[in-house]
Design a protein. Structure first.
Length: 399
């Protein structure tokens, strides 16, 4: 795959690179993308996207989970158009900022205050800043992926070593090791930041341990709900399992693809935002705020999360059946109904499946996660499973 001459790394969004979706060149003879495998898309609608040649694909990437209602959802687009006509951005806070904050406080569990940003990465970084301000401490324990900013990266080149020393990793769903790590950190611990769902559902015991141990240590518990809010439930894992963090971070599907994220939580912790500097020029442009308000209205008036669970369960059960049938290619199924994927015998197999699916008009990720949306229905799921069955059989027959 020849790298773009103008954009280093081919695209500004690393997870959308052709090699991320379809495997790298030179992988056991996989040189370049086969005909029918897209490099770029030109438009999207519902659960479909079109490439530059006008070819349609059923999509499960769904903008890396940022779209839960479906691409171009009419009510969301109409709200955004009205905000565009009203001027997009101005010299003072838009009225929509407080309106959306009020709506989120009424709907997200345990939330009393909200601050808006543009990306999940900066929203989680803001949560860590607030935790440090509230506790007067610096050490952070993390579990999961929290974006590309320096504080959350481990061995990535270019990250200062001093920052790495302020962060340690927690194991997902391991109660004993989690308790031990939090107790060892003790009074130096500012925050525990976790993705409450990493490939599989958390145990209630682990969530309860996180809540109890952080409270005992005087640390701030942060749920990174970037992928799970507006998908597992409007309030994400905190709502589904009833364990409320001090802060939660939401983004991605919050505005159904428009760029918006938020850090939200208890007033006592959130008030620290007024004593430090967390600011972004376009954090509160009104188009994304309007899109988020419209998205929240759809989620609260229509059975969106129930639909995601229903069609996602149909897909997940189908993937388990395919895994049992195609053991020479697939080693297992991971994820939950709303976001799932297959484990393959090796990288070449995953790349072949992704490429052959794309050639048949299906974009299905070879790694975590594939996302269902409100636009996917049972017929789409059944066609997807039929395509995967055909492709897995073809890959199994290859030398």
């Amino acid at each position: 795959m020849t790298e773009s001459r103008r954009i280093p790394g081919i695209t500004s969004t690393g997870s959308k690179r052709p090699d991320a979706l379809f495997g790298p060149d030179g992988l056991d003879g996989l040189d370049g993308l086969a005909p029918g495998v897209p490099r770029l898309t030109s438009r999207s609608s519902g659960c479909s996207v079109w490439d530059e040649a006008g070819r349609e694909y059923v999509d499960y990437v769904m903008a890396l989970g940022a779209v839960a209602l479906g691409y171009g959802y009419p009510a969301v687009n109409e709200a955004a158009r009205k905000a565009v006509d009203a001027g997009v951005v101005g010299p003072q806070p838009p009225a929509l900022e407080e309106e959306l904050a009020e709506a989120l406080c009424a709907r997200l569990p345990g939330v009393e205050r909200v601050r808006f940003l543009k990306t999940g990465a900066e929203a989680v970084a803001s949560a860590v800043r607030l935790a440090s301000m509230s506790t007067g401490r610096e050490l952070v324990l993390t579990c999961g992926y929290h974006g590309w900013l320096d504080w959350s990266q481990g061995s990535v080149e270019g990250v200062p070593s001093l920052l790495r020393e302020l962060r340690r990793e927690l194991p997902f769903n391991d109660v004993a090791k989690t308790r031990a790590a939090i107790r060892e950190a003790g009074r130096s611990l500012a925050a525990v930041v976790v993705e409450p769902l990493v490939v599989q559902e958390p145990s209630r015991e682990w969530l309860d341990a996180l809540r109890a141990e952080t409270k005992s240590a005087g640390a701030v518990l942060v749920f990174d709900e970037i992928k799970t809010a507006f998908r597992l439930a409007i309030g994400g894992a905190a709502e589904r399992w009833g364990v409320h963090p001090d802060l939660m971070v939401v983004g991605k599907a919050l505005a159904n693809g428009f760029p918006l994220a938020a850090v939200a939580g208890q007033a006592g912790v959130m008030e620290a935002a007024a004593r430090t500097w967390i600011s972004s020029t376009l954090a509160t442009e009104s188009v994304s705020l309007a899109a988020a308000l419209a998205t929240l209205h759809v989620f609260t008036t229509e059975p969106v999360c129930a639909h995601l669970h229903t069609v996602g369960t149909r897909l997940l059960h189908g993937l388990h059946s395919l895994a049992a049938k195609h053991k020479d290619v697939v080693t297992g199924v991971a994820g939950v109904a709303e976001m799932s994927f297959l484990h393959y015998v090796d990288d070449r197999a995953s790349a072949r499946v992704a490429r052959l699916c794309a050639a048949r008009g299906l974009l299905f990720k070879r790694t975590a996660y594939n996302f269902v949306s409100y636009a996917h229905d049972e017929k789409v799921i059944d066609r997807t499973l039929a395509t995967l069955d055909e492709v897995l059989g073809e890959v199994a027959r290859e030398p």
